[in-house]
Design a protein. Structure first.
Ligand SMILES: Nc1ncnc2c1ncn2[C@@H]1O[C@H](COP(=O)(O)OP(=O)(O)O)[C@@H](O)[C@H]1O
Ligand SMILES: [Mg+2]
Length: 263
């Protein structure tokens, strides 16, 4: 097995803008590696291309967007060359993603219970109902959902944005993927809950699960990441070991991010 569970190589993803007939190069030649067993962070301001980068990994770019070129090597296989059937087999199993807009990534017509059990069933991890339900409830509690029983029986529209986000986190804890991509997983949560969730993510890392963490919050990066990529305008402008980056930021933009975080 290679040392990097994920290697995004020279990825270009763009959107056609009908009004101006121009192409917006949202991701413009990005290369990012996630070392097996690490937490790797992508940090950058809003609009810098972080979400489009991770949605590209999952092929979730809809027209007028398009992945133009690049390679996305997951455990040595190019996800961009796989057919849908092969990809679906990996998703929710070896690969899992917590989306930035969680509410829309849960299915509105099914309860949380249905969706969590379905996730287990799809990947052959559903043996006994009672045991599966117990695991789901345990995951919801670990994701700091106080009223886990009620959440379990709710439809997504009955939950707040922060609760949906925690349901997605619970799903990640449940499936224990090899690689978890978490796009701003704690942005709509209050600070004590955020700290608890970040601890759970660290525990996953300590159990050998690789994590690609996307955030605009450099404070979160400082607490969590082993290795950091800084994005600006669709490009990686700086990368490094967390200590090197914080001690000697080379890029003007990284220095600005650090200064803003210290204020
Ligand atoms: N569906 C879309 N259609 C058109 N432009 C998009 C779409 N999704 C993202 N973009 C554009 O791509 C750029 C990068 O967006 P995004 O990756 O969401 O930024 P970030 O996650 O870093 O805040 C932005 O300029 C955004 O407006
Ligand atoms: Mg985003």
């Amino acid at each position: 097995m290679t040392e990097n569970i994920l290697e995004i190589r020279d990825l270009h993803t763009s959107f056609y803008i009908p009004d101006t007939h121009e192409l917006l190069n949202a991701v413009d030649g990005v290369s990012i590696a996630v070392r097996t067993g690490s937490i790797t962070a992508i940090v950058g301001e809003s609009g810098s291309g972080k979400s489009v980068t991770c949605r590209s990994v999952f092929h979730l770019i809809d027209p007028p967007g398009e992945i133009k070129s690049g390679e996305i090597m997951f455990k040595g296989q190019d996800l961009l060359k796989m057919n849908e059937k092969q990809r679906i087999r990996l998703y929710g199993n070896e690969l899992f993603m917590i989306f930035q807009d969680c509410a829309s990534s849960l299915n509105p017509v099914f309860t949380v219970r249905h969706q969590m059990l379905e996730l287990l069933r799809l990947h052959g991890k559903l043996d006994r109902w009672e045991e599966a339900e117990r695991q789901c409830l345990e995951a919801l509690r670990l994701a700091h959902l106080a009223d886990a029983e009620r959440v379990f029986r709710s439809y997504p529209f009955e939950l707040s944005g922060g609760m949906c986000q925690r349901v997605m986190i619970a799903m990640a804890l449940l499936v224990r993927p090899d690689l978890l991509i978490a796009d701003e997983p704690t942005t709509s949560l209050d600070l004590t809950i955020q700290a608890g969730i970040l601890d759970e993510l660290k525990k996953l890392r300590d159990q050998g699960i690789s994590i690609l963490l996307i955030t605009h919050d450099i404070g979160v990066v400082a607490q969590m990441a082993d290795y950091v990529y800084v994005m600006e305008d669709g490009k990686v402008v700086e990368e490094g070991d967390i200590f090197a980056l914080f001690d000697h930021p080379r890029h003007r933009y990284t220095r600005l991010l650090l200064e803003a975080a210290r204020k």
